[in-house]
Design a protein around this ligand. Structure first.
Ligand code: ADP
Ligand code: MG
Length: 252
């Protein structure tokens, strides 16, 4: 559904993405994992056309996104930090987005509004909201248009435990409809039983992209957090093994 092909990005002298390639298929829930500053948000923003890579291409359903913005209507996006006009009320922001996306009222997905009890908050101005409520508004916006692809950047950051669980159940329900879900999170335990694949990034490079089955059979660990930690150690050992090989053959 979305293919990232060899993208690189530099901000000033700083290389943020280094020849990153991966494919995301419909029906998968893909965890994008990596330390702070490893380039996860930059990859996501590149997929949305909010950051333009210096080189490489990104395709959505086989079409290069650089030449056509319409694909964005088919993505629900929850940003890591949602920025909204501070003087607008929640209700006005929701109406504005509905006007922009042009999705008729009878096709709007109200699940999260109801679960998060947003109705009683519609009059509140965005500038006065707590971080958690702002996150709930971002979640409602990502899911309300029934998009086939959902890109969620640290969706549970700032959410209380009950709201995180509501969001998790919603993600599971959408995944069951054969949608693509891409999700980043610092808390790997909350991705358990959700993700089917994991992409690990470090210093702007993709270290591995594996299915959960591969990760579990390779590491013998069933939990995502432990499987990822073991896979990173294996990856590091393999890299060290290559360096040692160079040493032995007298190349260093
Ligand atoms: P992650 O989401 O994995 O924490 P980011 O993609 O947000 O990482 O950032 C990767 C690196 O790129 C960070 O060092 C960040 O400071 C830098 N960066 C991100 N956006 C910009 C920008 N617009 N200008 C300069 N540097 C940026
Ligand atoms: Mg980020």
């Amino acid at each position: 559904m979305i293919a990232v092909q060899n993208i690189s990005k530099q901000f000033g002298k700083f290389k943020v993405l280094n020849h990153v390639s991966f494919e995301c298929r419909r029906g998968e829930c893909i965890a994008l994992i990596g330390p702070n500053g490893s380039g996860k948000t930059t990859v996501i923003k590149s997929m949305l056309g909010m950051v333009i890579p210096d080189s490489g291409t990104i395709t959505f359903e086989g079409h290069d996104i650089a030449h056509d913005w319409r694909y964005r209507n088919r993505i629900g996006y929850m940003p890591q930090i949602g920025r909204y006009p501070e003087n607008m009320s929640i209700g006005q922001v929701l109406d504005m987005m509905q006007d922009i996306r042009k999705v008729p009222e009878n096709r709007i997905d109200h699940d999260l509004f109801e679960a998060f009890k947003i109705k009683s908050l519609l009059h509140k101005r965005m500038g006065t909201l707590s971080g958690g409520t702002r996150q709930k508004v971002s979640a409602c916006l990502a899911f309300m248009f029934g998009a086939q692809a959902l890109i969620l950047d640290e969706p549970s950051a700032g959410l209380d435990p009950l709201s995180s669980e509501i969001l998790r159940e919603k993600i599971l329900a959408e995944k069951a409809k054969n949608k693509l879900v891409i999700i980043t999170s610092h808390i790997l335990s909350e991705l358990d039983e959700l993700v089917t694949e994991a992409i690990y990034m470090q210093d702007g490079s993709l270290r591995f992209h594996k299915t959960m089955d591969e990760l579990q059979s390779q590491t013998g660990e069933s939990k995502l957090a432990r499987a990822i930690a073991a896979a990173i150690r294996q990856c590091d050992r393999d890299a060290a093994g290559v360096d040692e090989g160079h040493f032995k053959t007298g190349r260093l």
